[in-house]
Design a protein around this ligand. Structure first.
Ligand code: COA
Length: 399
């Protein structure tokens, strides 16, 4: 099991005097060093085949802090209610809402594009932050459902009209994707001097749901959410602590694995290998053992949040908001009870959108910020969990 804790120093830690030993190592070895990083070829105006050159990013001084300065979201227009699902499978609104808290979900339809949804969420985040697309130097698209096998992230700067080709790549970590994107983005800022990092969570699990399986099709919806993470002075740091994990042993409880389409193979008469050429592959629908995933979530998530809070030098009683991956209301309630966070401090919008995988945290954050529930300076404990298995938490300040 991989196991990493957020050991990066934050002003909160300095003030609260709970620094982990590794924090001082980080400070003494990294902050004083110049880091050289380049995402593209320097000095060339075009790279052939119509590929535009990007600005070199070498060298840059390290930044010491990062903060969340903008958020945005976008959802498909097609709304699917529990009653709509009852026409497809043997279920009903009461069962779904009592067992999950979900009433509606949004689903991509027709020519809808997840990449376009992700770009819209990113545009909204940049507008809120009043940051020009050309000032973005990294785009992380956290998704398990890209529209290109090789990743959809480079399409986001194109859609935003960036002329400087920022580095952009996908992160695949299912429903924990946004948390891992946040931690990855902060590392690019803190250790490599990047200034404006778009962290986007976007997923369309509806494309991988078996719509005849009532155990899974009731849960998922499609959406995109984004946060702009910006470099700042250490005094202003807004990522107080984090904690991240994965455990491949739990994959059997939640997966959508590759399955091969049967093709006729010609036995290699001239000594070529049997089984060549390889079968054409496609992903199977989501397979889930709901009870096992439920048990994993209520056990692992509170513990992870406690680690992240400990790392931040904070207690659960001092946070303003608990913002969990929106999987199931009963999971949210169980985690809040375990952490002794009252229900009025739990952010939840899953009744309207269901489980939108990597999008769920930034989507809920965006709604809470735009409705002025979450105010600048508020502390949020947030956690993602899901397939992989992966899970993790971050304690952040909004604004
Ligand atoms: N409508 C009506 N009945 C349903 C149903 C549905 N959509 N789905 C299952 N049932 C039935 C079952 O067949 C079972 O019937 P039985 O008692 O006659 O055998 C009964 O309801 C109970 O099923 P069970 O699977 O034990 O229900 P549950 O209370 O565990 O709820 C989940 C099922 C999926 C809602 C719940 O386990 C869950 O949310 N797990 C976490 C999943 C998750 O969050 N995954 C994503 C993580 S990122």
């Amino acid at each position: 099991m991989a196991n990493a804790y957020g050991l990066v120093a934050s002003p909160a830690q300095a003030v609260r005097g709970k620094n982990h030993a590794c924090t001082s190592i980080y400070r003494s070895t990294v902050i004083s060093t110049r880091v050289h990083c380049s995402s593209n070829v320097e000095g060339a105006e075009t790279l052939g085949a119509g590929v535009a050159a990007s600005e070199s990013r070498v060298p840059r001084l390290l930044s010491k802090g990062c903060k969340l300065v903008g958020c945005g979201s976008a959802v498909p227009s097609l709304k699917v209610s529990n009653d709509d699902l009852a026409k497809l499978v043997d279920t009903n609104d009461e069962w779904i809402s009592v067992r999950t808290g979900i009433r509606n979900r949004r689903v991509l339809s027709g020519t809808d594009s997840l990449t376009a949804l992700a770009a819209q969420a990113a545009k909204n985040a940049l507008e809120m932050a009043k940051v020009d697309p050309d000032d973005v130097d990294l785009v992380l698209l956290c998704t398990s459902t890209p529209e290109d096998l090789f990743g959809s992230a480079p399409q986001i700067p194109r859609a935003l009209g960036c002329t400087k080709n920022p580095l952009a790549f996908d992160i695949t970590a299912a429903c924990s994707g946004f948390i891992l994107g946040l931690v990855t983005g902060s590392s690019y800022i803190r250790a490599m001097g990047f200034k404006n990092v778009l962290v986007i969570g976007a997923d369309s699990l509806s494309r991988y749901v078996d719509w005849t399986d009532r155990g899974t099709c009731i849960l998922f919806g499609d959406a995109a959410g984004a946060v702009l993470l910006q470099a700042c002075d250490s005094d202003d740091d807004g990522l107080f602590g984090f904690d991240v994990h994965s455990d491949g042993d739990g994959q059997r409880h939640l997966n959508a694995t590759m399955k091969q389409k049967e093709m006729e193979h010609v036995a290699g008469s001239n000594g070529s290998a049997l089984g060549f050429p390889p079968n054409r592959s496609a992903y199977s629908c989501i397979q889930m053992s709901g009870n096992e995933v439920f048990r994993f979530a209520v056990r692992a998530v509170p513990q992870s949040i406690e680690y992240a809070l400990q790392n931040a030098g904070l207690s659960a009683s001092s946070i303003d908001w608990l913002l969990l991956h929106q999987a199931n209301k009963r999971i949210l309630d169980a985690v809040a009870t375990r952490l002794e966070v009252p229900s009025e401090r739990v952010i939840s919008n899953l009744a309207n959108y269901g489980n939108t995988s990597a999008a769920s945290i930034p989507l809920a954050l965006d709604e809470a910020v735009r409705s002025r529930k979450v105010q600048p300076g508020h502390t949020i404990a947030t956690a993602g969990f899901g397939a992989g298995l992966t899970w993790g938490s971050a304690v952040v300040r909004w604004g």
